[in-house]
Design a protein around this ligand. Structure first.
Ligand code: SF4
Ligand code: SF4
Ligand code: SF4
Length: 346
């Protein structure tokens, strides 16, 4: 008989070994979700003090993509250069407002009743939200680069908002975690059935995520005297982090100098482009003010085509040099992630 594993095993094997991505999947699928048995503390999933997992459980362990990776299905790979056609979104958003426009389209065409995104409430600490209108989506636009347990938004959308369908926006590891949620849900081992809720998965290109305490509070606030409430935009472009207050650039720093602030779980990550999403979006290989969009599934292609047809965005195939750059970054990240995994085994 297969040995049962519990949260204590997840903690020992994944969290304490620096593999956790803080995707939130274990928290969302915990059997005792209703009583808030698992939560996030200091950027880690934690169990309520003095609580004991019930016998014959272990849903959290099965869910974790850092215990077992889901299988990647053969998909499409078409890459476009995309920009929003909505002036309000263009004015408020980064990189052509593509993610926001796709989500506004998804709401308007009943692809999703709500969108699971992260929002900054003023201090650049990302919080998971379920957005159901254009203004909430505009408020949540912009890159954050520090972690949020985004998959916790799935039960929130179902339980708190009573939604039947949602769009999930997240990093490649969160897209992978959702795929694992589907994989275990299709079998017998999932406490909750979320498999019909997320209709659209939008991945965000990701080179790494940083500890909020280390990057925002220690590096930007304490070391550089930057008032976080004045920051209006964070942007990693061509391996440089730029920090803005309006049009004024407060700081620019090579991301190689921020390696110590990167989360350990990101150092073993192999996915830059969000392979498990319907489509993924990033500011690589395209001119400033636009985004690259990679289509991974037929449904992702449909969504892009409808969003173009209904006038939300415009798109053209990406230049060859842009596609080459994206592939190079994907390969480099995969190689670096595997090399770090090997190094840790020694
Ligand atoms: S899913 Fe089960 S084993 Fe995991 S933390 Fe929740 S109660 Fe404990
Ligand atoms: S990677 Fe995700 S599922 Fe695994 S322990 Fe971390 S938060 Fe939980
Ligand atoms: S680098 Fe990987 S593990 Fe880290 S946030 Fe990005 S996708 Fe997730």
């Amino acid at each position: 008989m297969e040995e049962k594993k519990y949260f204590s095993d997840l903690k020992r094997e994944v969290i304490e070994t620096g593999k956790c991505t803080l995707c939130g999947g274990c928290i969302a699928t915990c059997k005792l979700l209703d009583i808030g048995y698992l939560s996030v503390s200091e950027e880690e999933p934690v169990i309520g003090e003095g609580l004991q997992c019930p016998a014959d459980c272990g849903y959290c362990y099965s869910q974790c993509p850092r215990v077992e990776k889901p299988e990647l299905q053969e998909g499409l790979e078409e890459i476009y250069e995309v920009v929003s056609k909505d002036e309000e979104i263009l004015k408020a958003c980064q990189d052509g407002g593509v993610v926001t426009s796709l989500l506004v389209y998804a709401l308007s065409d009943a692809v999703a009743e709500g969108c699971i995104t992260v929002v900054d409430k003023g201090d650049w600490k990302p919080e998971v939200q379920v957005a159901m209108d254009k203004q909430s989506l505009i408020n949540s636009a912009g890159s954050k680069y520090t972690p949020a347990a985004t998959l916790m938004g799935i039960p929130e959308a179902i339980v708190n908002y009573g939604l039947w369908s949602s769009a999930l926006v997240g990093t490649p590891c969160q897209m992978e975690a959702y795929e694992q949620m589907l994989a275990v849900g299709r079998g017998t081992h999932n406490a909750h059935n979320f498999s019909t809720n997320v209709q659209l998965r939008i991945g965000l290109f990701c080179q790494g995520c940083y500890s909020y305490e280390k990057l925002m509070k220690d590096y930007l606030e304490r070391q550089h005297g930057i008032n976080l409430t004045e920051v209006t935009k964070l942007d990693i472009r061509d391996d440089v982090l730029h920090v803005y207050a309006g049009d004024k650039e407060l700081l620019s720093v090579e991301i190689s100098e921020l390696e110590d602030y990167k989360r350990d779980g990101c150092k073993i990550c192999e996915d830059f482009i969000g392979l498990f999403s319907d489509l993924s979006v990033g500011n690589v290989g395209v001119p400033a003010g636009k985004s690259a969009v990679i289509i991974h599934t037929n449904f992702g292609k449909e969504v892009l085509e409808y969003a173009i047809a209904r006038g939300f965005i415009e798109a053209k195939p990406i230049d060859q040099s842009g596609a080459v750059l994206i592939h190079r970054l994907q390969n480099e990240k995969k190689e670096a992630g595997i090399a770090e995994q090997e190094r840790r085994k020694k």
